[in-house]
Ligand binder design. Sequence first.
Ligand code: GLY
Length: 387
Amino acid sequence: MTGRSPSPPSSDRVRPDVAVVGAGPIGLAIAWRCAARGLRVVVHDPAPGSGASAVAAGMLSPVAEAYFGERQLTGLLLASAARWPAFAAELTETTGAEIGYRTEGTLMVGLTGDDLAEARRLWAYQQGLGLPVTPLRPSELRDREPALAPRVRGGALAPTDHQVDPRLLVPALRTAAQRAGAVLVPQPVRSLSDVDGQVTVVAAGCGAAALTGLPVRPVKGQVLRLRAPDGVAPGFRHVIRGYADGEHVYLVPRADGEVVLGATVEERSDTTVTAGAVQRLLRAGVDLLPELAEYDLVEAVAGLRPGTPDNAPILGPLPDRPDVLAATGHHRHGIVLTPITADLIADLVLGGVPDPLLAPFRADRFGGAAVAAPGGPEPTLKGDLWS
Ligand code: GLY
């Protein structure tokens, strides 16, 4: 593809420079970055912010989510997380919006001896990559989070893994994009011929499969939201990622008393909430933090992560359409990958040359891989996709 120069501002009704399909965090951040650099941008979405980000917990966890066999993805997660402090500050300064960005760090804990053994294997791998993972003695763990159950056998601190609230982030990004001049078009896009940009960016999450033929499949996640009684803040400050009797869960505390408790990882395309998943999430959550039993259960919801065959995003031109850029397949990492995706896709639109960081995430890396069919095994909280 070739680079785009900003269009003259005085043009009559003209083709937009960039048509973005999808107004989730990825699409809105790309629109913001492109519009702020003088491009005419339209964003198509009948329901902005109603996709995976409406369910997401908002963990910014490149360290805790550094998994075996995903080194290139880990590199991208780290590079994007490094951009988050400036990205959050710029977004808040531009919009005046509070986005729930918190930097207390993440505690990773194991409930039983078996849980701890499993967790330690991953921590050793992460430390081997040079990542900041500090094992804690039980007394150190309790000094940091006295609300943890006495049964919790041990843990480690990932001090650089943070959080943001996606339900605050998306409206802030929408405001930033619109203030920079992006125009939101609240209509569905059923095919790429429905949009008219010199460049089209497909940031439609799971919807990218039907639009592009890329192998993006829905990966269902069920998530609960609880609330501390009497409007007080939860009795813990860190994001907690726990192994609890073989179940893998995370607990994300918000300043307003909310706690996000997730999540299942299911090869399914429905958004039904099941009693079994709710039961297992609650049992694991309460086992780790007994005070949760006294919280209000305010929401049980399911969302669809855009998964790819290698769990990594697809970023860059379609093999047969250099004017169409994919920015999808972010799977479990859409929030942490928002800043780097927006920057690199905007650079690509403006400059026409992909940043070397994008090379492992090209759209043609799957060859002829077919889009995965919905359905599959029973829900599980386990698996190496857990985060
Ligand atoms: N990133 C958390 C999840 O996908 O459940």
